[in-house]
Design a protein around this ligand. Structure first.
Ligand SMILES: [Zn+2]
Length: 234
């Protein structure tokens, strides 16, 4: 990735001039090519497309308000309180957050989608719990949803990190997996028997730990060999 020496704007794969300030770009590694991909829209058309997308999203959100209000009013008129209407309203909220809301954002990051998905799932489970009751929500369903969401965001962030090496990525993902299996069994045991007794998760976590240790040792050896190779000039 290269940047303009004058204004600092991010440049495409190859540029003749900076698209912002017009300063000439000289990059011997990447000579100018007409076909190269650029980080900004080539024409105003794609910007217009975004405008249309945002307007469509706004109209759809307004249209969603109508069934939400009608369902709530119908339920209220029936017996003076809200009951069954909560489920369709939660489902429509799910549609809004999953489909319409991302369209309103400029360039939504993937972690935001994972976070939204987790919050939506938790909210939906809560509504189901309000309607059917039971002791599965607070100590099982919600912590499990949070665990899956946190593990997914953690894995995504480390895997897309530009600074982390491949070995570090593998190690962190394995460590996340280790914590994941242990907490998962803790939740299951706590829900089923009311006490925490770890069994299979220990073996799974131990295997993850051993593999990550092996990756760490191998990556250290490779790095050491490289430095020796450089010192001896071969
Ligand atoms: Zn510039």
């Amino acid at each position: 990735m290269s940047y303009c020496v004058n204004c600092g704007v991010e440049l495409g794969e190859s540029e003749k001039r900076c698209p912002l300030c017009g300063v000439e770009v000289i990059n011997p590694a990447k000579p100018y090519s007409e076909k190269a991909e650029r980080p900004f829209p080539a024409s105003a058309e794609s910007v217009t497309h975004r405008g249309v997308r945002i307007i469509t999203a706004k109209v759809l959100s307004l249209l969603l308000v109508i069934p939400v209000l009608s369902v709530l009013i119908a339920d209220l008129l029936q017996d003076g309180r809200l009951s069954w209407s909560l489920l369709p309203v939660a489902a429509m909220g799910f549609v809004f957050l999953a489909v319409i809301f991302p369209c309103l954002l400029k360039k939504p990051p993937v972690w935001l989608f994972i976070l939204l998905g987790t919050v939506e799932t938790a909210a939906f489970l809560f509504v189901v719990w309000v309607l059917v009751g039971g002791d599965w929500l607070w100590l099982f369903a919600l912590p499990l949803t949070a665990l899956v969401g946190a593990a997914a965001i953690g894995c995504y962030l480390i895997l897309r990190s530009k600074r982390a090496s491949v070995s570090l990525k593998i190690i962190v993902v394995l460590l996340i997996l280790m914590v994941f299996v242990i907490v998962l069994q803790m939740l299951i045991e706590l829900h089923l028997s009311g006490r925490i007794r770890l069994s299979w998760s220990i073996y799974a976590a131990l295997s993850c730990g051993m593999v990550s240790l092996a990756v760490l040792i191998v990556s250290r050896l490779i790095r050491k060999n490289e430095s020796i190779r450089k010192k001896l000039f071969f």
